[in-house]
Design a protein around this ligand. Sequence first.
Ligand code: GLS
Length: 806
Amino acid sequence: MVRITKQEFKEMFNSKIYSIYAHSINEATNEQLQIVLSSVIKDIIAKYWVDNRLSTNKEVYYFSIEFLIGRQLKSNLLNLQIEEVIKEGLEDMGIDLDDLICAEKDPALGNGGLGRLAACFLDSMASLNISGHGYGIRYKYGLFEQKFINGYQVEVPDNWLLHEQYSWESIRPNKAVVVKFGGEVYLEEDNGRLKAKHHGYIPVMAMPYDIPIIGYDNDFINTLRLFKAEILNRDFGINTLYANTFTGSYEQALKYKYYTEEISQVLYPNDSNHAGKLLRLKQEYFLVSSGIQDIINKYRKNKFDILDFPKHIAIHINDTHPTLCIPELMRILLDEEGLSWEEAFDITKNTISYTNHTIMAEAMEKWPVDMMKELLPRIYMIIEEINKRYVEYLNHKYNDNEKIRRMSIICDNNINMANLSIIGSYSVNGVAKLHTEILKKEVLSDFYEDDPGKFNNKTNGIAHRRWLISCNEDLSNLITEHIGNIWKKDTEELKRLEDYKENRNFLKKLECIKIKNKTKLANFIAEEYGICINPESIYDVQIKRLHAYKRQLLNVLHILHLYHELLENPELDIVPRTFIFGAKAAPGYHLAKCIIKLINSVAEKINNDKSINNKIKVVFIENYGVSLAEKIIPSTDVSEQISTATKEASGTGNMKFMMNGAITLATLDGANVEIYDQVGEENIVIFGLKASQVLNYNKYGGYSSLDLYNSNFKIKRVVDDLVNGFIPNISKEGRVIYDSLITYNDEYFVLRDFENYIEAQSKIDTLYRDKEKWSKMCLINIANSGIFSSDRTISEYAKDIWFRGC
Ligand code: GLS
C-alpha cells in the first residue's frame, strides 16, 4: 500500500515548494501549488513506478495518435487512496484541495471518443494489474480552445504546456531514439544477403516524456510515454547525417529545427475524418517508429530470443493511425535483426492487433503511394512486398479481380491502411456489437469471409472511477452505503441496486442527489454565461463532437418545433426543459460550424423571449472537453444519443450518462443497442430508423426529403425557419443547412426521423411527470451500467486477444 502520514506529506510539500519556486506557500499561486503537489505525488509513487517498469511479463503496448487523459490530480489521489490525508494536510497549510484540482490544465491531446477511450483503457489496464503502456505524441498544442464570438466558433490555440512543462511528466533523455525521414534506400549485398541501406535521410529525435498511470488501490503503475520531436543532439550544430538535405548554413540549421519540431507541434483537430496531409503522415510514422524502437530496445536488454517476440509483446493499434507499426516492425526484424521475410512477417502478424473505430468512408485512411515512397522509402518497399505476396495468395484462392482490388493494400495509387491493418495483424475488432456486425457483413465482408476467426467484438467501456466515483461523489457514496464497496472493483455488483427499486426512500435520495448536481450546474452556467436555468426543469443534454451524423441538427429542429407550439399556445402544458449542448467542430468543417451558429442563434432568440415563460432554455457550453463533461454528466436527466443508425460505431458518452442515472433518448445505433438490451424497453426511449432500414436506403435509394418537406407541415415549418428570417443573423448559415436537408436530400435522414423524434421527446415529458417512476428508471440504468466499465472491456481484450493461449 502506498502510505503517507499527514506529517510526512506536509514536510515533503514544504520542502518541495522551496526547491521548485524558492518561496513560501503564501506567495504561491494555485497553479504553482498544483505543480508542487503533483511533484510530491510523483515522489511518493516513485518506487512503485520503477518496479513496474522492470516487468518481464508479457507486456501490452497501446499505440494511439490521441490520448485524452483529462486532469490527473483527483483521479490519481482516488486511485492511490490518499485523498483524505492530502486534503487534511493541505487544509492545515491553509490550502483548499479543490482549488488545486481546478487549477490543473486539462491536456486536450485528443478529439473525442477515440482519444478518451484510449485514456480509459490505460486506467483499466493499470487497475487490473496488466502491464500495459501507452505510446502517443506530446503535442505542443492540443485540440484548439473554442470561443463563441457573435455565435460563431472561433479557434484559439490551446497552450496546455505551461512554461513548456506538464506537471505529471518526467523527461527520459536516455531513452530517446532517432526516427528517419526521406532519403534513399538501396539494397546492398551483405554476407550473401540483400540488405537495405538508408542514405541521406533526415533524422528526428524522439524525446520521451513519461506520465504515470496509476492503478486503483493496487500499487500498480504503468506508463504513458509521449514523444516530442526535436533536433538531433539539441545543440543546433551541423550534423553530417543531415548534411545532404540541410547543407550546413545557419539558415539550413533553422530549417532543420523547424522541420523536426513541426512534427509534434499540433494535434489534427479532425474526428472521424482523414485529412491526408503530409504532416499527418509524418506524425503517424514518428509515433510508430519511436514506439517500436523503444519496445525493441527494451526487448534486447531482456535478452529474449527475437523469435519469441509475440510471446512477450502485444502491440495494439488504436484505429489505423498507427498502422505503420506493421512495416516498421518488419523493417527492424529484417534490416536490424537479419530475419527472413517469412520469420519477420510471422512475428509481426502474431504481435499486432487492430481495432476499427468507424465505418465512415471519409475516416478511412488512404495515403498516396508517391507521398509514402518519398517520405518513407524503406517502409514503402515493405508495404509493396506485403501487398505483392498477399495478392499472390488472393489470386491463388479466388479468381475474382474485383474482390482482389477491394482487398489489396495498394490500389489506384493509394495505400489502404485498413486493409494493411487487417492483413498484418492476428485480430480485428469493432467497438460495439452492431458495429462489428456491420464490419463483418458489409464494410469488411471480403476479409471476414476469408478469415472469420480473426474478427471479434469488444464493446467499448468507460473508466467508472473517473466517470462515477470521482465526478459524482454523492451518488457514489449513496451506492456504497447500500451495497458496500465491492462495486468499485467489480461493477457487476451494481446490479444489487435493483433490490432498491421499490424503496421510496432510496428513490427519493437519488432524486435529491440529481437536484443537488443540477443546482451546481445551474450556478456554474449563471456565472459563466449569465443564463439563468431552472434546476426543476429537465436537463436534456447533447455533448459530443459536432458532426452531421450525430444530428445535433435534429435536436435543434425539435427545439424550434416546441418553440412554435409554445408561441401558438403559451399555456401549453410541458415540463420546463433546458437543452444543453457542448460541441467543437473541426475548423474546416463548414456545415458543422453553420450548425453551431444556428444553435447559438436559436438560443439567443428563445432565451430572450419572455412570452414563453421560461418553459424552454437553450445553453451552448463553450469549449466542451473532459473537465466540463465531468460537471455536466452527473446533472443530466436526458442523454441525447441520436446519431443516424449505423453511423456511430459505439459512443461512450452514452455509457457515462447511463452510469450517472440519465435516461437515454436514442436511435438503435452503436452501443445504444446494448444499453437497450441491458435496461429493457421501459427504461430507455428509442426512436428512428433501424440500421437495416438505413442500409437499405443506402443500397436501393427511395428516400426523398423534399417529399417529406412538402407533405409534412411540422417539418416544413422548422425547415423554413432556416431561411425565412425567423431566426436572426443566420441568413448564410441557414441556407447552407437548408441545402444539406433539401437540395442534397438529407444524407443523415434528419427529416425522416423527425416525427418519430417529436413523439419520443413527448414521451420523455410524460415520463418525467411521475417523479418516482422516473427515479426508478434512473436506478435501473445505474444498476445495469456495470457491463460498460472499461474494466470489462479490457478483461476481454486481455483474455481474447493479448494473452490468448498464454
Ligand atoms: C470513434 C467513434 O466515432 C465512436 O463511436 C467510438 O465510440 C469511438 C471509440 O471507439 O471511436 N471513431 C472515431 O474516429 N472517433 C470516435 O470517437
